[in-house]
Design a protein around this ligand. Structure first.
Ligand code: FRU
Length: 475
């Protein structure tokens, strides 16, 4: 279909639904949200000519997901985002069933975008071994807004023979003058893995290796791989599908995490360390990182999970669904990734603030919230257990070495996520109209969830042992 026809459809859809979308009390204040319809993975993250670009998987025509475009949001400070509407349309034969996920690579005055063009053929197919194309497509831009012609650089026939038709989500980086591309894949015998391709000009790519996945038993498909360095160590971040839950681990339908490892043998092998979940739930998937001009490695994730049938998002009744997370800086400490909300978010602290030291030995009720958009910090002293209640029915607790996040009715099916942890010294909570991001011990563990409580609950309820310093800023 032509861009102009898509534009007409989107315009009509906006005319019908925009007011309803914008009047929703659960619309987020400082997160990237779809103007209407559906959002999933962040794509093409980059800083270019002093601006941050966040593209994203976007279905403007339905809040249930469907035909995917790339939406586009721009920011000067990673806090205030301006939505620019559709950037890439599914308008050629090689991407006609979706402009799927991909990344940006900046070189001199040009952004090179690599994404997956999804194609589904009509007929009786399983769409795993037959009936699908996943093409790696390159488009370039000098301003992030206007794009070159699309050029297909890899097709399924360029992938190894033992791969199924699921090979997607390219991420490109440069090392010693050589360009590398990692792709996520599913083998014909249902093993998740990554492929690495090599290029000297960004246009011609040759197969290099399958450095990880074939010897690990970690699910049937690895989506959205990302390879980068922290403290000079090689990190592989990816979203495996098909891992079994183990106690409090891997409780989401699909997983998302990283391994601190090392490339060996000229990138023929990625020596995978232990797989660690990057977020404990409920809503985090398909994250992507980029390095900004300050040298920070920044991650943004999708605040959602595909096929999560056990919980729902009531915003679909108002014609939108899902959002992205706040940008978080990644730091490696003792071989573990810590996620730290980027410093720029302090600019949100515009409203009333509150700070007090509270004894936890008896129940304390503080009347401190005038909205659902705030930041809340806790610093615990001599405390080995606590219970915190906020936003009507959200319970955050720590006892016997287990930290738990529990939601009631406002979770719409989200019940409990937990992590085993020796000590919780601090908590930092970012609350938006329909989300919570909870950072333990300065980002050692993170819980990201949507939450849909009906009213604004002004109360914070606390109990436990020891004392806590509570600090709140309204946004
Ligand atoms: C991850 C994912 C990607 C794919 C995209 C399609 O959520 O399934 O693998 O490219 O979403 O929207």
């Amino acid at each position: 279909m032509l861009r102009s026809d898509f534009d007409k459809q989107i315009k009509e859809c906006m005319a019908k639904h925009l007011e309803q979308v914008n009047n929703d009390k659960w619309r987020s204040k400082y997160h990237i949200i779809p103007p209407i319809g559906w959002i999933n993975d962040p794509n093409g993250l980059c800083e270019f000519n002093g601006e941050y670009h966040c593209y994203y998987q976007y279905s403007p025509l339905t809040p249930m997901g469907g035909l995917k475009f790339w939406g586009h949001s721009i920011s000067k400070d990673l806090v205030n985002w301006e939505d620019k509407g559709v950037a890439l349309y599914p308008d050629i034969n090689e991407d006609k069933d979706g402009v799927y996920s991909g990344s940006a690579f900046v070189k001199y005055d040009t952004i090179y975008f690599f994404y997956t063009g999804n194609v589904k053929h009509a007929g009786d197919h399983d769409y795993i071994l037959t009936g699908r194309e996943q093409n790696v497509i390159l488009v370039t831009s000098k301003d992030g807004i206007n794009f070159s012609e699309k050029k297909v650089v890899l097709r399924n026939t360029d992938f190894p023979k033992d791969m199924s038709l699921h090979v997607r989500d390219p991420k490109v980086w440069e090392e010693n003058g050589i360009y590398y591309m990692v792709l996520g894949a599913r083998t014909i015998d249902d093993k998740g893995c990554i492929l690495v391709y090599k290029s000297t000009d960004l246009y011609n790519w040759e197969f290099h290796s399958v450095p990880a996945g074939k010897n690990e038993d970690m699910g049937y498909m690895w989506e959205c791989p990302d390879i980068f360095k922290l403290e000079n160590k090689d990190i592989l971040m990816f979203s495996p599908q098909g891992m079994e839950a183990e106690g409090y681990k891997y409780n989401n339908v699909y997983q998302c995490g990283y391994a601190v490892g090392s490339f060996e043998d000229d990138k023929k092998k990625f020596n995978l360390g232990e797989f660690v979940e990057i977020d404990r739930g409920f809503d985090f998937y398909a994250p992507q990182t980029f390095e900004d001009s300050k040298g920070r490695r920044i991650v943004i994730g999708w605040m959602g999970v595909p096929d999560a049938i056990e919980h729902r998002n009531p915003t679909i009744d108002n014609f939108w669904q899902h959002q992205l997370t706040i940008p978080r800086e990644l730091v490696l400490k003792n071989n573990k990734i810590y996620q730290i909300p980027i410093a720029e978010l302090e600019a949100l602290r515009k409203g009333n603030s509150f700070k007090k030291e509270i004894s936890l030995n008896e129940v304390a009720i503080l009347d401190i919230f005038e909205s659902n958009t705030f930041e809340l910090n806790f610093n615990f002293k001599e405390c080995d257990e606590f219970k915190i209640e906020l936003r009507e029915d959200c319970n955050i607790s720590f006892s016997n070495g287990v930290f738990k996040l529990q939601l009631g009715k406002s979770g719409y099916g989200r019940n409990m996520r937990a992590v085993e942890i020796n000590n919780v010294k601090s908590l930092r909570v970012f609350s938006d109209n329909s989300s919570l991001e909870v950072f333990l011990n300065e980002g050692e563990e993170v819980f990201t969830t949507r939450i849909y409580n009906d009213k604004i609950d002004s109360k914070l309820k606390l109990s436990g042992s020891g004392t806590v310093e509570v600090e709140k800023w309204a946004f």
